[in-house]
Design a protein around this ligand. Sequence first.
Ligand code: SAH
Length: 220
Amino acid sequence: MKESEKLLEQKRREMVDTLKRYGIDNRRVLDAFMEVPRHCFFEIETRELAYRDGAFPIGFGQTISQPYTVAYMTTLLVERCSSGKVLEIGTGSGYQAAILAALGYRVFTVERIEGLYEKAEKLLASLGFNVACRLGDGTLGWIEEAPFDAVMVTAGAPQEPEPLMGQLAENGCMVIPLGGHDSQQMTVFQRRGEDFSREVFENFTFVPLVGKSGWNEGVF
Ligand code: SAH
């Protein structure tokens, strides 16, 4: 292994230790964070910042989420839906999709910004992650591939998008940050027949989910 690769692996281990200190204790999730090379989702010039526990700009006014946020959402999902098909809304850099693929899910992801979609699709394939990517309004879901065992929305929504709820399988769960512009509550819905249970967790701040069942374009 090259010296620089060893250093990156050591930094990745430190990131995982930080996640443990913050209370992330799911072994599968921690292993996935060790497996996915987060620095590859950053530009060469900013790679050294990849393992800090912070969000980072990825262009087009969007961000790659903080490792803690990714780990938190992933744990909520893994604990409720341990395998199967997952739909992610908001591909962004592709990092969250790679984490889900490393966990063994069949991953489908939708991004509305063409530049991000193209870059993430190429990157995920080149790293060997088997993820189906699509360009479009993710608030409408991915009807041809429904139902999904889990849905994860990685942008802040004013309310749960109806089409996504409709594309959940029985017992399927959706992890989604809900709220206003400045802050959203991490929320989990789980389908029970025609009903949905709802659990509410910590507050986070995400970029807005813009689409037909999200915020209107130009609101922010
Ligand atoms: N999961 C990403 C984080 C991306 S930030 C990662 O791991 O890097 C949220 C992303 O959601 C942004 O890229 C934004 O363009 C996208 N987004 C916002 N509204 C969307 C919509 N309606 N459909 C698909 N993607 C959307």
